[in-house]
Design a protein around this ligand. Structure first.
Ligand SMILES: Cc1cc2nc3c(=O)[nH]c(=O)nc-3n(C[C@H](O)[C@H](O)[C@H](O)COP(=O)(O)OP(=O)(O)OC[C@H]3O[C@@H](n4cnc5c(N)ncnc54)[C@H](O)[C@@H]3O)c2cc1C
Length: 204
């Protein structure tokens, strides 16, 4: 799956592609949203999985030469409680996908709602001449992005193959959460959102 540089391209897509070839409708009862079946291709696959609401993280690590590298990732999920494991997926062709094999540890930084700029920047989608402000700090021998909603310090546990991505598993050795009521940045259908006070997602 290619993430591309445009984080908003999915927003342009109609939710229901009624004119799509071979579209068929079912479950069309009053009060129930109709579902449409579309031909399975990269576009419809991305559009469909984009309905799954996620947070946004920045993965930070040092490569084999000690250079700090960072990448925006929303494929993060927790995996195991005992031992405490988390994972993220990274495209094999990306710089992170190649360099992650040299890493022994990394941090997962969960972005707060005011850090959309950092998400864009570490996705390589920053278009302004003025760079967003950020700072890496040392956290038990691994770089961490300052000022996030929460962070996990990980040791590299395993790397598995997953199609055109690597599935990177980390063993969590430390956690930090922001003391204030910082709310997370939200990613949904290719665009950013934030949690409304009632808990709903609102576009930003
Ligand atoms: C919301 C969202 C979620 C995403 N989720 C995923 C995902 O789960 N998996 C996935 O594979 N892709 C994901 N992507 C896409 C991914 O972030 C981009 O493809 C990214 O550019 C990966 O490329 P790279 O590893 O080659 O990073 P690079 O192109 O090497 O780095 C990305 C950007 O960060 C900057 N940067 C990196 N390190 C530093 C540093 N130390 N100091 C200053 N700047 C630095 C680079 O200059 C570049 O602009 C996501 C994108 C978005 C917007």
């Amino acid at each position: 799956m290619s993430w591309g540089g445009q984080a908003t391209d999915l927003l342009d897509w109609p939710i229901f592609g009624g004119s799509a070839p071979h579209a068929s409708w079912h479950n069309h009862r009053p009060g129930v949203d109709a579902m449409v079946t579309a031909p399975l291709d990269t576009r419809s696959f991305r559009k469909t999985v984009g309905h799954f609401v996620t947070g946004v993280t920045v993965v930070v690590f040092e490569d084999g030469e000690g250079v700090t590298r960072a990448m925006t990732a929303n494929s993060f999920t927790s995996l195991s409680l005992e031992p405490p494991l988390v994972l993220f997926c990274v495209g094999k062709e990306s710089r992170t996908g190649q360099a992650i094999h040299e890493a022994t540890r990394f941090s997962i930084n969960i972005l707060a709602e005011h850090q959309r700029d950092l998400s864009q920047f570490f996705a390589g989608a920053w278009r302004s001449a003025e760079l967003p402000a950020f700072n890496f700090v040392d956290w038990a021998g691994r770089p961490r992005l300052e000022g996030c909603a929460a962070a996990l310090a990980c040791d590299l546990y395993a790397i598995h193959e997953g199609g055109d991505h690597w599935i990177v598993v980390g063993r969590v050795i430390g956690v930090e959460t922001c003391q204030s009521e910082t709310r997370p940045l939200v990613f949904f259908r290719g665009g950013y959102g934030m949690l409304a006070p009632g808990g709903a997602v609102a576009g930003v």
